[in-house]
Write a protein that binds this ligand. Structure first.
Ligand SMILES: *Cc1c(COP(=O)(O)O)cnc(C)c1O
Length: 345
Protein backbone atom coordinates (compact mmCIF):
# COMPACT_ATOMS: atom_id res chain seq x y z
CA UNK A 1 0.00 0.00 0.00
CA UNK A 2 1.26 3.46 -0.94
CA UNK A 3 -0.24 5.93 1.52
CA UNK A 4 0.79 9.01 -0.44
CA UNK A 5 -1.01 7.66 -3.49
CA UNK A 6 -4.21 7.24 -1.45
CA UNK A 7 -3.98 10.75 -0.06
CA UNK A 8 -5.72 13.74 -1.66
CA UNK A 9 -3.23 15.95 -3.49
CA UNK A 10 -4.11 19.17 -1.64
CA UNK A 11 -3.60 17.45 1.73
CA UNK A 12 -0.20 16.11 0.70
CA UNK A 13 1.10 19.64 0.13
CA UNK A 14 -0.86 21.48 2.79
CA UNK A 15 0.65 23.15 5.87
CA UNK A 16 -1.38 22.65 9.05
CA UNK A 17 -2.52 25.50 11.32
CA UNK A 18 -0.03 25.96 14.12
CA UNK A 19 -1.69 27.13 17.33
CA UNK A 20 -0.05 28.79 20.32
CA UNK A 21 -0.36 25.52 22.19
CA UNK A 22 1.32 23.67 19.32
CA UNK A 23 4.32 25.98 19.47
CA UNK A 24 4.83 25.95 23.22
CA UNK A 25 3.59 22.63 24.57
CA UNK A 26 4.78 22.30 28.16
CA UNK A 27 1.47 23.17 29.82
CA UNK A 28 2.45 21.68 33.17
CA UNK A 29 5.37 24.07 33.63
CA UNK A 30 4.83 27.17 35.75
CA UNK A 31 5.06 29.79 33.01
CA UNK A 32 3.38 33.11 32.35
CA UNK A 33 1.23 32.36 29.30
CA UNK A 34 0.86 35.49 27.16
CA UNK A 35 0.84 33.72 23.83
CA UNK A 36 -2.77 32.82 23.03
CA UNK A 37 -4.83 35.96 23.69
CA UNK A 38 -6.77 34.21 26.43
CA UNK A 39 -8.44 35.96 29.33
CA UNK A 40 -5.87 35.64 32.15
CA UNK A 41 -8.41 35.31 34.99
CA UNK A 42 -8.77 31.73 36.15
CA UNK A 43 -12.19 30.13 35.61
CA UNK A 44 -10.70 26.63 35.20
CA UNK A 45 -11.72 27.00 31.55
CA UNK A 46 -10.07 30.25 30.49
CA UNK A 47 -7.20 28.43 28.76
CA UNK A 48 -7.34 26.61 25.43
CA UNK A 49 -7.36 22.82 25.77
CA UNK A 50 -4.29 20.70 24.99
CA UNK A 51 -4.57 20.27 21.18
CA UNK A 52 -2.80 16.89 21.39
CA UNK A 53 -4.67 15.62 24.48
CA UNK A 54 -1.40 14.22 25.80
CA UNK A 55 -2.60 13.01 29.21
CA UNK A 56 -5.78 11.45 27.86
CA UNK A 57 -3.99 9.71 25.00
CA UNK A 58 -1.37 8.31 27.33
CA UNK A 59 -4.09 6.71 29.49
CA UNK A 60 -5.90 5.32 26.41
CA UNK A 61 -2.54 4.06 25.15
CA UNK A 62 -1.94 2.13 28.38
CA UNK A 63 -5.43 0.69 28.62
CA UNK A 64 -5.78 -0.29 24.97
CA UNK A 65 -2.15 -1.26 24.41
CA UNK A 66 -1.65 1.01 21.40
CA UNK A 67 1.18 3.58 21.09
CA UNK A 68 0.09 7.22 21.67
CA UNK A 69 1.25 8.19 18.17
CA UNK A 70 -1.19 5.61 16.77
CA UNK A 71 -4.16 7.38 18.39
CA UNK A 72 -6.26 10.32 17.19
CA UNK A 73 -9.21 11.69 19.17
CA UNK A 74 -12.25 13.27 17.59
CA UNK A 75 -15.42 15.14 18.51
CA UNK A 76 -17.28 11.80 18.45
CA UNK A 77 -16.35 9.03 16.01
CA UNK A 78 -18.39 11.00 13.51
CA UNK A 79 -15.63 13.64 13.34
CA UNK A 80 -12.98 10.93 13.03
CA UNK A 81 -14.86 9.36 10.11
CA UNK A 82 -15.26 12.75 8.42
CA UNK A 83 -11.52 13.44 8.76
CA UNK A 84 -10.79 10.12 7.06
CA UNK A 85 -13.02 11.11 4.12
CA UNK A 86 -11.44 14.53 3.86
CA UNK A 87 -7.90 13.17 3.96
CA UNK A 88 -8.30 10.40 1.41
CA UNK A 89 -11.32 11.00 -0.85
CA UNK A 90 -11.16 13.42 -3.77
CA UNK A 91 -14.67 14.88 -4.20
CA UNK A 92 -16.47 13.94 -7.44
CA UNK A 93 -13.82 11.35 -8.25
CA UNK A 94 -13.21 8.78 -5.53
CA UNK A 95 -15.55 6.16 -4.10
CA UNK A 96 -16.04 4.19 -0.90
CA UNK A 97 -17.56 0.78 -0.18
CA UNK A 98 -20.22 0.23 2.47
CA UNK A 99 -22.04 -2.94 3.42
CA UNK A 100 -25.72 -2.38 4.19
CA UNK A 101 -27.56 -2.70 6.43
CA UNK A 102 -25.09 -0.70 8.48
CA UNK A 103 -24.46 2.59 10.31
CA UNK A 104 -26.06 5.45 8.37
CA UNK A 105 -23.26 7.97 8.91
CA UNK A 106 -20.93 6.41 6.30
CA UNK A 107 -23.43 7.20 3.54
CA UNK A 108 -24.19 10.67 4.92
CA UNK A 109 -20.48 11.51 5.02
CA UNK A 110 -20.02 10.16 1.50
CA UNK A 111 -22.78 12.48 0.27
CA UNK A 112 -21.41 15.41 2.27
CA UNK A 113 -17.96 14.93 0.76
CA UNK A 114 -19.25 14.28 -2.79
CA UNK A 115 -17.87 10.76 -2.80
CA UNK A 116 -19.63 7.85 -4.52
CA UNK A 117 -20.90 5.16 -2.15
CA UNK A 118 -20.73 1.66 -3.65
CA UNK A 119 -22.97 -0.64 -1.65
CA UNK A 120 -22.45 -4.39 -1.37
CA UNK A 121 -25.20 -5.89 0.81
CA UNK A 122 -24.34 -8.20 3.68
CA UNK A 123 -25.59 -11.80 3.44
CA UNK A 124 -28.90 -12.80 5.02
CA UNK A 125 -27.07 -13.54 8.27
CA UNK A 126 -25.35 -10.13 8.05
CA UNK A 127 -21.89 -11.44 7.14
CA UNK A 128 -19.47 -10.16 4.45
CA UNK A 129 -19.84 -11.32 0.85
CA UNK A 130 -16.09 -11.17 0.27
CA UNK A 131 -16.09 -12.11 -3.43
CA UNK A 132 -18.80 -9.58 -4.21
CA UNK A 133 -16.92 -6.89 -2.26
CA UNK A 134 -13.67 -7.59 -4.12
CA UNK A 135 -15.54 -7.54 -7.43
CA UNK A 136 -17.13 -4.17 -6.60
CA UNK A 137 -13.83 -2.36 -6.01
CA UNK A 138 -13.15 0.32 -8.62
CA UNK A 139 -9.83 2.02 -9.46
CA UNK A 140 -10.76 5.05 -7.32
CA UNK A 141 -12.21 3.15 -4.35
CA UNK A 142 -10.33 4.48 -1.33
CA UNK A 143 -12.19 3.30 1.76
CA UNK A 144 -14.13 0.24 2.95
CA UNK A 145 -16.28 0.51 6.07
CA UNK A 146 -16.94 -2.55 8.24
CA UNK A 147 -19.00 -2.20 11.42
CA UNK A 148 -18.43 -4.95 13.99
CA UNK A 149 -20.54 -5.53 16.04
CA UNK A 150 -22.74 -4.20 13.26
CA UNK A 151 -25.42 -1.60 13.76
CA UNK A 152 -28.38 -2.33 13.32
CA UNK A 153 -27.98 -6.13 13.22
CA UNK A 154 -25.85 -6.56 16.37
CA UNK A 155 -23.62 -9.43 15.16
CA UNK A 156 -19.84 -9.39 14.92
CA UNK A 157 -18.24 -9.87 11.51
CA UNK A 158 -16.24 -13.02 10.72
CA UNK A 159 -12.52 -12.40 11.30
CA UNK A 160 -11.26 -14.55 8.43
CA UNK A 161 -13.39 -12.59 5.97
CA UNK A 162 -12.00 -9.29 7.27
CA UNK A 163 -8.45 -10.67 7.08
CA UNK A 164 -8.92 -11.62 3.44
CA UNK A 165 -10.07 -8.08 2.64
CA UNK A 166 -7.19 -6.52 4.60
CA UNK A 167 -4.81 -8.59 2.50
CA UNK A 168 -6.43 -7.94 -0.87
CA UNK A 169 -7.89 -4.42 -0.78
CA UNK A 170 -5.34 -1.72 -1.64
CA UNK A 171 -7.31 1.07 0.04
CA UNK A 172 -8.01 1.64 3.74
CA UNK A 173 -10.35 -0.54 5.79
CA UNK A 174 -12.13 1.16 8.66
CA UNK A 175 -13.46 -1.20 11.34
CA UNK A 176 -16.03 0.62 13.46
CA UNK A 177 -15.95 -0.86 16.96
CA UNK A 178 -18.50 1.40 18.66
CA UNK A 179 -19.94 -1.70 20.39
CA UNK A 180 -16.70 -3.60 21.09
CA UNK A 181 -17.22 -3.51 24.89
CA UNK A 182 -20.34 -5.67 24.63
CA UNK A 183 -18.71 -8.64 22.85
CA UNK A 184 -16.15 -11.28 23.82
CA UNK A 185 -14.43 -10.77 20.45
CA UNK A 186 -11.00 -9.14 20.56
CA UNK A 187 -10.53 -5.65 19.22
CA UNK A 188 -8.81 -5.29 15.85
CA UNK A 189 -6.44 -2.79 17.49
CA UNK A 190 -3.97 -5.60 18.11
CA UNK A 191 -3.69 -6.17 14.34
CA UNK A 192 -2.65 -2.55 13.62
CA UNK A 193 1.00 -3.43 13.23
CA UNK A 194 0.21 -6.30 10.85
CA UNK A 195 -1.98 -4.29 8.45
CA UNK A 196 -0.84 -0.79 7.38
CA UNK A 197 -4.25 -0.25 5.72
CA UNK A 198 -6.26 -0.84 8.92
CA UNK A 199 -8.07 1.90 10.84
CA UNK A 200 -10.07 1.05 13.98
CA UNK A 201 -12.58 3.44 15.55
CA UNK A 202 -14.11 3.30 19.01
CA UNK A 203 -16.16 5.73 21.08
CA UNK A 204 -17.03 6.68 24.65
CA UNK A 205 -20.65 7.13 23.54
CA UNK A 206 -21.87 3.61 24.28
CA UNK A 207 -20.28 1.44 27.01
CA UNK A 208 -18.67 4.39 28.82
CA UNK A 209 -21.97 6.25 29.10
CA UNK A 210 -20.61 9.51 27.70
CA UNK A 211 -22.51 10.17 24.46
CA UNK A 212 -22.93 13.77 25.66
CA UNK A 213 -19.23 14.65 25.76
CA UNK A 214 -18.53 13.54 22.15
CA UNK A 215 -15.32 11.55 22.24
CA UNK A 216 -14.35 9.22 19.43
CA UNK A 217 -11.07 7.32 19.21
CA UNK A 218 -9.21 6.41 16.04
CA UNK A 219 -6.35 3.89 15.99
CA UNK A 220 -4.13 3.43 12.94
CA UNK A 221 -0.53 3.40 11.77
CA UNK A 222 1.61 6.33 12.84
CA UNK A 223 1.66 7.48 9.20
CA UNK A 224 -2.14 7.63 8.95
CA UNK A 225 -2.51 9.32 12.35
CA UNK A 226 0.05 11.97 11.36
CA UNK A 227 -2.06 12.83 8.32
CA UNK A 228 -5.34 13.03 10.26
CA UNK A 229 -3.64 15.11 12.94
CA UNK A 230 -2.53 17.58 10.30
CA UNK A 231 -6.09 18.28 9.13
CA UNK A 232 -8.07 18.10 12.38
CA UNK A 233 -9.41 21.34 13.88
CA UNK A 234 -6.69 22.49 16.32
CA UNK A 235 -8.74 22.34 19.54
CA UNK A 236 -11.28 19.67 18.58
CA UNK A 237 -11.44 18.07 22.05
CA UNK A 238 -12.53 20.64 24.62
CA UNK A 239 -11.32 20.76 28.23
CA UNK A 240 -14.58 19.49 29.75
CA UNK A 241 -14.54 16.49 27.41
CA UNK A 242 -10.88 15.66 28.13
CA UNK A 243 -11.54 15.82 31.90
CA UNK A 244 -14.72 13.73 31.77
CA UNK A 245 -13.07 11.14 29.52
CA UNK A 246 -10.10 10.79 31.90
CA UNK A 247 -12.45 10.26 34.84
CA UNK A 248 -14.52 7.66 33.02
CA UNK A 249 -11.50 5.71 31.79
CA UNK A 250 -9.98 5.71 35.28
CA UNK A 251 -13.18 4.30 36.77
CA UNK A 252 -12.87 0.83 35.25
CA UNK A 253 -15.11 -0.73 37.89
CA UNK A 254 -18.14 1.39 37.06
CA UNK A 255 -17.92 0.64 33.35
CA UNK A 256 -17.35 -3.05 34.02
CA UNK A 257 -20.36 -3.23 36.37
CA UNK A 258 -22.66 -1.36 33.99
CA UNK A 259 -21.64 -3.44 30.98
CA UNK A 260 -22.17 -6.60 33.07
CA UNK A 261 -25.69 -5.53 33.98
CA UNK A 262 -26.48 -4.57 30.39
CA UNK A 263 -25.34 -8.01 29.17
CA UNK A 264 -27.44 -9.79 31.79
CA UNK A 265 -30.43 -7.66 30.87
CA UNK A 266 -29.82 -8.38 27.19
CA UNK A 267 -30.17 -12.13 27.87
CA UNK A 268 -33.25 -11.55 29.99
CA UNK A 269 -34.88 -9.50 27.22
CA UNK A 270 -34.04 -12.14 24.60
CA UNK A 271 -35.59 -14.92 26.74
CA UNK A 272 -38.71 -12.85 27.30
CA UNK A 273 -38.99 -11.88 23.60
CA UNK A 274 -39.10 -15.60 22.71
CA UNK A 275 -42.46 -15.86 24.46
CA UNK A 276 -44.08 -12.93 22.65
CA UNK A 277 -46.16 -14.17 19.74
CA UNK A 278 -45.80 -11.18 17.37
CA UNK A 279 -41.99 -11.27 17.61
CA UNK A 280 -41.07 -13.52 14.69
CA UNK A 281 -37.30 -13.40 14.88
CA UNK A 282 -34.64 -12.32 17.35
CA UNK A 283 -31.29 -11.73 15.64
CA UNK A 284 -28.09 -12.82 17.43
CA UNK A 285 -26.51 -9.80 19.11
CA UNK A 286 -23.16 -8.90 20.65
CA UNK A 287 -24.06 -5.25 21.19
CA UNK A 288 -26.18 -3.29 23.69
CA UNK A 289 -29.25 -3.58 21.48
CA UNK A 290 -31.40 -6.31 19.98
CA UNK A 291 -32.81 -6.41 16.46
CA UNK A 292 -36.17 -8.17 16.25
CA UNK A 293 -38.52 -8.92 13.38
CA UNK A 294 -42.18 -8.40 14.23
CA UNK A 295 -45.48 -8.95 12.41
CA UNK A 296 -45.92 -5.25 11.58
CA UNK A 297 -43.12 -2.88 12.57
CA UNK A 298 -45.00 0.37 11.94
CA UNK A 299 -47.95 -0.80 14.01
CA UNK A 300 -45.79 -2.04 16.92
CA UNK A 301 -43.57 1.06 16.81
CA UNK A 302 -46.61 3.33 17.13
CA UNK A 303 -48.16 1.24 19.91
CA UNK A 304 -44.92 1.46 21.89
CA UNK A 305 -44.70 5.24 21.37
CA UNK A 306 -48.29 5.68 22.50
CA UNK A 307 -47.34 3.92 25.74
CA UNK A 308 -44.20 5.93 26.38
CA UNK A 309 -41.46 3.70 24.95
CA UNK A 310 -39.35 4.77 21.98
CA UNK A 311 -37.50 2.15 19.93
CA UNK A 312 -35.93 2.47 16.49
CA UNK A 313 -37.90 1.33 13.47
CA UNK A 314 -35.32 -0.09 11.03
CA UNK A 315 -37.85 -1.40 8.49
CA UNK A 316 -36.62 0.79 5.68
CA UNK A 317 -33.11 -0.73 5.79
CA UNK A 318 -32.00 -3.51 3.53
CA UNK A 319 -32.93 -6.99 4.88
CA UNK A 320 -34.59 -5.38 7.90
CA UNK A 321 -38.21 -5.51 6.79
CA UNK A 322 -40.48 -5.22 9.84
CA UNK A 323 -37.49 -4.92 12.15
CA UNK A 324 -37.25 -2.90 15.34
CA UNK A 325 -33.96 -2.15 17.08
CA UNK A 326 -34.29 -2.04 20.84
CA UNK A 327 -31.56 -0.65 23.11
CA UNK A 328 -31.06 -2.51 26.39
CA UNK A 329 -32.14 -0.12 29.14
CA UNK A 330 -31.97 -0.25 32.93
CA UNK A 331 -33.66 -3.25 34.62
CA UNK A 332 -36.64 -1.00 35.44
CA UNK A 333 -36.92 0.30 31.88
CA UNK A 334 -36.69 -3.21 30.46
CA UNK A 335 -39.37 -4.44 32.86
CA UNK A 336 -41.59 -1.60 31.66
CA UNK A 337 -40.93 -2.57 28.03
CA UNK A 338 -41.75 -6.25 28.69
CA UNK A 339 -44.94 -5.45 30.60
CA UNK A 340 -46.01 -3.28 27.71
CA UNK A 341 -45.13 -5.86 25.02
CA UNK A 342 -47.13 -8.47 26.93
CA UNK A 343 -50.26 -6.32 26.86
CA UNK A 344 -50.13 -5.82 23.08
CA UNK A 345 -52.27 -8.15 20.96
C1 LIG B 1 -23.25 4.97 18.05
C2 LIG B 1 -22.29 4.66 16.98
C3 LIG B 1 -21.13 5.41 16.82
C4 LIG B 1 -20.84 6.51 17.78
O1 LIG B 1 -20.56 7.69 17.21
P1 LIG B 1 -20.09 8.89 18.14
O2 LIG B 1 -20.01 9.98 17.14
O3 LIG B 1 -18.77 8.52 18.72
O4 LIG B 1 -21.13 9.11 19.19
C5 LIG B 1 -20.24 5.06 15.85
N1 LIG B 1 -20.46 4.01 15.03
C6 LIG B 1 -21.57 3.28 15.16
C7 LIG B 1 -21.76 2.09 14.31
C8 LIG B 1 -22.52 3.58 16.12
O5 LIG B 1 -23.64 2.85 16.22
Amino acid sequence: MNLNKLLRKNILGMKPYSSARDEYTDLQKDMVFLDANENPYDTALNRYPDPQQTILKSLISKQKEVFPDQILLGNGSDEVLDLIFRAFCEPNQDSILTLPPTYGMYEVLANLNAVKNIQVPLSSDFQLEVDAILAAIQPHTKLLFICSPNNPSGNTVDRKAIERLLNEFKGLIIIDEAYIDFTEELSWTQALNTYPNLIVTQTLSKAYGLAGIRLGICYASKAIITILNKIKPPYNINTLTQDAALKALENKVLKHTQVGTILKERSRLIDAFKLISFIEKIYPTEANFILIKVDDANKRYNELIKNGVVVRNRSSQLQCENCLRITVGTPTENAQLLTLLNTLK
